[in-house]
Design a binder for this molecule. Structure first.
Ligand SMILES: Cc1cc2nc3c(=O)[nH]c(=O)nc-3n(C[C@H](O)[C@H](O)[C@H](O)COP(=O)(O)OP(=O)(O)OC[C@H]3O[C@@H](n4cnc5c(N)ncnc54)[C@H](O)[C@@H]3O)c2cc1C
Length: 388
């Protein structure tokens, strides 16, 4: 959607196909980081965007065993917004779609599911999609697979996936929030368990981290036990865990961390989760996807204006975005294996490890995780013009 908007804004005709009838999906990419908010500023859309209902997380804290520690403080970032905005992904996508529709070069077709690629002489030249009106065939100069971590496009294009693995899955749920509750978004690490709680004003968006593939065991032990564990990790929620009435109130996110070896082939480029599914560590998936879109628009829009886009241009997009992706995934895999895997496997009482204790001793160090999470590596800036 973001790439479609930026290209149409620069005068390049775009058709965006979305298989669902709307963008309503619970617990998806609800964190809009300072890097994305900065892009909104560069597009002149920031104040309009922030008028949409959202919450602002200015710090991230954790409790490891009995130790409280502030992990990230966004207050020193060199950006207009020094906070992570929490906003449902459908609000964000609806906003971008509304902006994009102001440009005549933009078309959005909902309920259009890409099923097949048309490949001629080794080049992707179009696609076939199903729609309520029947099959739709589209011929294209360039197709961009931005269809997420179970991408049909990358699968049909035969692009090779490198799987980096993950030791955990995540159970997402919501529990109501009371004014007397703590205000902070924070993570609680205790023997064998991790609970992350995002303050959404009238409710807590909770992520309960479990060992990879462990959901069946948790289900077989019964919902009551899960409720008890949540109450043990966050005692102020003990009178609300009954809001989890049955397993339909608990959504499973199967964590995968992977990336394509090549993000492109002639006529096709993959970006976002389709090119690299990110770990939920740091909640940076949506922001990396947006950064890919900005980089792709910066590189491709001028080439479209000059004529046809070549595979060298697609390679230039991968070159630009591969390093930030690999470096972010390397940090995530390190944290997954060295911190999360260890906590989930622990049987004894935890205490904060040395690097975390350092953050408490030297609070200015919280600027480092803030920068990594909030801005990421090599942040992109909008270079595409707005066509008349
Ligand atoms: C449960 C969950 C929670 C998450 N929480 C966070 C978070 O808090 N913060 C964060 O930054 N990231 C989070 N992420 C990751 C984040 O959602 C993704 O990294 C981000 O949305 C990637 O954007 P994308 O546009 O590449 O893919 P997606 O957002 O997955 O979008 C792909 C789109 O393509 C559509 N589509 C798929 N197949 C087809 C097809 N064949 N034809 C047409 N359309 C198709 C889908 O319906 C979807 O709308 C979460 C992910 C999950 C699953």
């Amino acid at each position: 959607m973001m790439l479609g908007f930026l290209l149409a804004r620069a005068g390049v005709p775009v058709l965006v196909l979305e298989k669902h009838a709307d963008f309503l999906r619970d617990f998806r990419g609800d964190t809009i980081h300072p890097s994305t908010l900065e892009i909104m500023h560069e597009l002149g859309l920031l104040s309009e965007f922030l008028r949409r209902p959202h919450q602002e997380a200015r710090t991230i804290s954790g409790q490891i065993g009995d130790d409280f520690v502030q992990i990230a403080d966004f207050g020193h970032l060199p950006t207009h917004c020094r906070f992570v905005a929490l906003m449902p992904q459908w609000d964000f996508l609806d906003f971008i779609a509304e902006q994009a529709k102001k440009y005549p070069a933009f078309q959005l077709k909902m309920e259009a599911e890409v099923k097949e690629l048309i490949i001629q002489n080794g080049r992707v030249s179009g696609l076939r999609a199903t729609t309520p009106e029947g099959e739709l065939t589209v011929h294209v100069d360039l197709m961009v697979g931005a269809d997420g971590r179970h991408s049909t496009v990358r699968d049909k294009a035969g692009l090779e996936i490198v799987d980096l693995g993950a030791p955990m899955d995540v159970l997402w749920m919501r529990l109501s929030r009371r004014p007397s509750d703590p205000a902070q978004t924070f993570g609680r690490f205790d023997t064998g368990r991790i609970l992350v709680m995002l303050n959404r004003e009238d409710y807590w968006q909770c992520a309960f981290v479990i060992p990879k593939g462990g959901v069946d065991e948790i289900r077989s032990r019964g919902l009551e036990l899960l409720r008890d564990e949540i109450a043990r990790l966050a005692p102020h929620l003990h009178d609300r865990t009954a809001e989890l009435r049955d397993w339909s109130d608990v959504k499973l996110l199967t964590v995968s961390v992977d990336r394509l070896r090549r993000w492109h082939r002639p006529g096709l480029l993959c970006i976002g989760d389709a090119a690299h599914a990110m770990s939920p560590v740091g909640g940076v998936g949506i922001n990396l996807a947006i950064q890919d879109a900005v980089a792709a628009a910066n590189i491709l829009a001028p080439r479209f204006k000059q004529g046809i886009v070549s595979e060298d241009d697609l390679e230039a997009v991968q070159r630009r975005r591969e390093f930030p992706t690999r470096a972010t995934q390397a940090v995530q895999v390190f944290i997954q294996n060295r911190v999360i895997g260890r906590v989930l496997g622990s049987t004894e009482k935890l205490s904060a490890p040395m690097p975390v204790r350092l953050l408490r001793l030297m609070p200015f160090l919280t600027r480092i995780p803030a920068r990594l999470i909030g801005l990421g590596i090599r942040p992109e800036h909008v270079r595409t013009p707005a066509a008349a």
